[in-house]
Design a binder for this molecule. Structure first.
Ligand code: DX5
Ligand code: ZN
Length: 216
């Protein structure tokens, strides 16, 4: 299967969001990664649902929403209204993870769980079959442009083993510091989808860079 590429809009030019979303529409990108941060779960604030809705108005590809917030249950309906197709919540932010996952699915969206670098994959053993996606963080969440943590590669392999052992069809996505050097290693380890922010938007040729990631 060709790699799913999900460019992170966090690295776009916020004063020219429509222009950047239209560039992604013309590219080989599969999804648009939307990072929502609350300044509590992570030490940064990005943007909220009105901005996500504006992106959705111009996007021709599914929105892959990454909620870096506490109390995500309170915002699942807003995600649906703003056009989300995938909603990924953090394991570390959900006391009743099973309930949160059911809530996302009850709104007709696909459900994902993100794991911070310190969280082992085996915490998902009892819920993996319910998940459409697991997002392995290869940086500490909160900021774009950080250095890739290579331990993520081993985590992808462990997660792939868990998925196969349960006969689940969960997709593995990796987020943080992804570039053309680590992308083939992640793909080989079992990653299905790669998020890339600064590597795409800081490139001279973002469309060519997306194509390169896709073919890794
Ligand atoms: C980080 C976000 C990422 C970020 C990735 O907290 O979850 O999605 O935008 O950006 P890069 O690819 O620049 O690390
Ligand atoms: Zn993200």
């Amino acid at each position: 299967m060709a790699t799913i590429v999900s460019p992170s809009v966090l690295a776009a030019d916020f004063a020219n969001l429509q222009r950047d979303v239209e560039m992604l529409n013309r590219s080989d990108a599969d999804w648009l990664h939307i990072d929502i941060m609350d300044g509590v779960f992570v030490p940064n604030i990005s943007f909220g649902f009105p901005v996500m809705s504006a992106i959705h108005n111009h996007a021709l590809k599914p929105l892959d929403v990454h909620l870096m917030i506490v109390h995500p249950d309170n915002y699942i309906a807003d995600c649906k209204m703003a056009g989300a197709e995938f909603v990924t919540v953090h394991y570390e932010a959900c006391t009743h993870l099973h309930r949160t996952i059911q809530l996302i699915k009850s709104e007709g969206m696909k459900a994902g769980v993100a794991l911070n670098p310190h969280t082992p994959v085996n915490v998902l053993e009892e819920i993996i079959e319910e998940l459409d996606l697991v997002l392995i963080m290869s940086v500490n969440p909160g900021f774009g442009g950080q250095k890739f943590l290579p331990a993520a590669i081993d985590k992808v392999m462990k997660l792939k083993d868990l998925i196969l052992s349960k006969g689940a069809s969960t997709l593995i996505e990796v987020d943080g510091g992804v570039n053309s050097t680590n992308a083939p290693l992640l793909k080989k380890a079992g990653a299905d989808a790669l998020v890339a922010g600064s590597f795409v938007f800081n490139a001279e040729d973002p469309i060519g860079t997306i194509a390169k990631l896709k073919s890794c």
